[in-house]
Design a protein around this ligand. Structure first.
Ligand SMILES: CC(C)(COP(=O)(O)OP(=O)(O)OC[C@H]1O[C@@H](n2cnc3c(N)ncnc32)[C@H](O)[C@@H]1OP(=O)(O)O)[C@@H](O)C(=O)NCCC(=O)NCCS
Length: 246
């Protein structure tokens, strides 16, 4: 099977959303009342399309006005099966080119990540999940590093970094090197820029990331019983040092 990796375009947004919904089935179950309807998928895709267009317009305006590059920028990629033309994997990255001042509390950041309120979202579970990711982030990339037991709301700065927001390969195409190919772009970029790479790994993702030089920083488990779901969701903060230092 041959695969090509290229940037996600507006026309790919909906199919990319469906790939991550399928690949991250357990996380999707926590975030949404499953199964998602076609209308809900349309609304989520429209929301992402809007964000992508806004970023493109802002970037074009900056170029026209001779303004400096932004301090952070998002990049999304798709893996396409060349035989079928289908999108079978996606990655989403944010590069923070500068250390990032933290101006909000943990709770405010978790709340902000939930906006706007989209259909079929399990509000309480999603908030708890976002809190879990925010805790992992502050424990993994705080500047200066947090001391044992220190209040997470005392963090004033997060390190510049390459952040992997989403990596998802359709279950029908896993184990064929697609995850690795999608990961490579960010690792190359991190090495080129001399930045650490940070992510919150699912259980399934850990073996891949360990193979590529990521080390665990912290583990956070969300018990799902309070949200009417079984079991728990565990994420591991992981950081990879660049091969060349800034
Ligand atoms: C995790 C995921 C992205 C990996 O993608 P993939 O295309 O299946 O992985 P690859 O085929 O590229 O595997 C890359 C390497 O990791 C190893 N690997 C991948 N999954 C593994 C597993 N479950 N156990 C052990 N090793 C594993 C492979 O052996 C391979 O090593 P190699 O380069 O020596 O051959 C994919 O399985 C997935 O989407 N899972 C569900 C969503 C998810 O959890 N995403 C991670 C979010 S942080």
């Amino acid at each position: 099977m041959a695969i090509t990796i290229s940037p996600v375009r507006i026309a790919d947004v909906r199919a990319s959303f469906v790939v991550s919904e399928r690949a991250l089935a357990r996380t999707s179950q926590v975030m949404y009342e499953m199964p998602l309807t076609e209308e809900t998928r349309d609304i989520h895709a429209a929301h992402r399309t809007k964000k992508m267009l806004e970023a493109e317009v802002a970037s074009a305006n900056r170029g026209n006005n001779g303004q400096e590059e932004p301090t952070e920028k998002a990049f999304s990629f798709k893996a396409v099966d060349t035989e079928t033309g289908e999108i079978v994997g996606v990655s989403r990255w944010t590069i923070f080119y500068q250390d990032e001042p933290v101006t909000k509390t943990l709770e405010e950041e978790a709340m902000q990540a939930m906006l706007p309120a989209l259909p079929q979202v399990r509000t309480k579970a999603l908030y708890a999940f976002r809190m879990c990711l925010e805790r992992i982030g502050r424990k993994s990339v705080a500047l200066p590093p947090l001391k044992e037991g220190e209040d997470l709301n005392s963090v004033k700065m997060r390190s510049k970094r390459v952040y992997l927001d989403v990596l998802a390969v359709d279950p029908s195409h896993q184990g064929q090197g697609i995850g690795k190919a999608l990961l490579q772009w960010g690792l190359d970029e991190a090495d080129r820029l001399g930045l650490i790479t940070f992510l919150e790994s699912t259980r399934e993702g850990r073996p891949l990331y360990e193979k590529y030089g990521f080390e665990p920083t912290t583990v956070d488990t969300l018990e799902l019983a309070p949200f009417g779901l079984e079991g728990s969701l565990t994420h591991t903060g992981m950081v990879r040092q660049p091969k060349t230092k800034n």
